[in-house]
Design a protein around this ligand. Structure first.
Ligand code: NAD
Ligand code: ZN
Ligand code: ZN
Length: 394
């Protein structure tokens, strides 16, 4: 089969690989019909290379048709149409029982001290071959498949793998009071969908922030207020002025570790300035690795007693945080990889609805043959050609 593989920083290729086979009686093999590139793949593409090996198969947003099942599989059969959650979990351990599938005790990557294994997501998450490929071996397939009906196009269901549960969890964790105000930092696929989901979950007002004009326009065209970071030297001040001087009830950070530091970087500089020199310098050096501009902005923007929900991925171990402000403002901070299966029952009715309330059918900006994945990665990373969500068709 063909598969999208990692070869080095900004170097992905489409290579020939042996088709996967059933290795455990609880496995299934799925023929992939549509798969997508995620903002999380961009971290592997650019900054997480120490944890990647040449030849790793990428991808964690796959769907397709079950081709073959192991002897223990009872819930899916060849021919079923399925979407795979980006994490691999068992459904029966203590953590899965709490809806914390990303902490699954059966698949935790203990050698690395990490949570549940993820498809196509580096040594840190178990080096499991990913879904940007012709076929995918799905471990514990009775639990790690979401059956969807025949009929509607793949785009209707594909985002159950990641974008939808991630946005749903981001907003649920933000805990916006009914009619309250939410600021969403970053309007990539996750931030854009978080705005749409916030309305579904009852937010009264949503303000989106990014720096890419096409992304701002796309969110504005669905009726949301948007701010271009580049136009606001003091973003938090602007947002306070828009919210009775108080700030929003909650902020979703849908940016993560590769934030562009324009305005909010000032906060980082100020913080570095109040730290002892050695720490401040170390922080400045580190800023290139784990860029914290969005997180600092979130801390500045959210109202006192409000909630910050991080869906953007962070990877630093010693990132300096403004504890004085976090503590004094009594900020609540929630975060993590999305627990896909926890949210599927909330999401299925929305994607099954032919009115398509979340606008998933035309959510993608590009649909390319798998062979063109390297081009897809490049335009998505550089934000060229209006690339917002790139789908790949094996
Ligand atoms: N928690 C999870 O389970 C989960 C799942 C999927 C993705 N993610 C993470 O969510 C984040 C977003 O993913 P995506 O697919 O939308 O990717 P993306 O890279 O397309 O989106 C990030 C957006 O943030 C914008 N941005 C950069 N710096 C900014 C700043 N300082 N302020 C405001 N906006 C800024 C960028 O212009 C871009 O539009 C990534 O970190 C990704 O790893 C997490
Ligand atoms: Zn993803
Ligand atoms: Zn489990």
């Amino acid at each position: 089969m063909k598969a999208v593989t990692w070869h080095g920083q900004r170097d992905v290729r489409v290579d020939e690989h042996p088709d996967p086979v059933i290795e455990q009686p609880s496995d299934a093999i799925v023929r992939i019909t549509t798969t997508a590139i995620c903002g999380s793949d961009l971290h592997l593409y650019e900054v997480l290379n120490p944890f990647m090996s040449s030849g790793d198969i990428l991808g964690h947003e796959p769907m397709g048709i079950v081709e073959e099942v192991g002897a223990e599989i009872t819930k899916v059969k060849p021919g079923d149409r399925v979407v795979m959650p980006f994490q691999i979990s068992c459904g029966s351990c203590f953590m899965c029982g709490q809806g914390l599938q990303t902490q699954c005790e059966t698949t935790q990557v203990r050698e690395e001290g990490m949570g549940a294994a993820l498809f196509g997501y580096s040594k840190l998450y178990g080096s499991v071959p990913g879904g940007q490929a012709g076929f995918l071996r799905v471990p514990l397939a009775d639990y790690n498949t979401i059956k969807v009906p025949d009929g509607p196009p793949d785009e209707r269901f594909l985002y159950l793998s990641d974008v939808l549960p991630t946005a749903w969890q981001a907003v649920a964790y933000a805990d916006v009071p009914k009619g309250g105000t939410l600021v969403v930092l970053g309007l990539g696929p996750i931030g854009d969908m978080s705005c749409r989901v916030a309305l579904q979950q009852g937010a009264g007002r949503v303000i989106g922030v990014d720096i890419v004009p096409e992304r701002l326009e796309r969110v504005r065209s669905r009726g949301f207020e948007v701010l271009n970071l580049d136009d606001h030297e003091n973003l938090a001040g602007t947002i306070r002025d828009m919210t009775d001087g108080r700030g929003p009830d909650a902020v979703v950070d849908a940016v993560g570790m590769e934030a562009h530091g324009t305005g909010p970087a000032k906060g980082a500089q100020l913080m570095a300035a109040i730290l002892p020199d050695a720490l401040g310098q170390a922080m400045m050096k580190k800023a290139g690795v784990d860029r914290l501009a969005a997180l600092y902005a979130a801390i500045d923007i959210v109202r006192r007693g409000g909630t910050i929900s991080l869906s953007g991925v962070y990877g630093g171990q010693t990132d300096p945080l403004p504890m004085l402000t976090l503590f004094d403002k009594q900020i609540q901070l929630r975060m993590g990889q999305a627990n896909v299966k926890k949210w599927v029952d909330d999401l299925l009715p929305l994607v099954l609805d032919d009115a398509d309330p979340l606008g998933v059918e035309d959510f993608h900006s590009h649909q390319l043959p798998l062979d063109e994945a390297p081009h897809g990665y490049e335009i998505f990373q550089k934000k060229e050609d209006n690339a917002i969500k790139v789908l790949l068709k094996p």
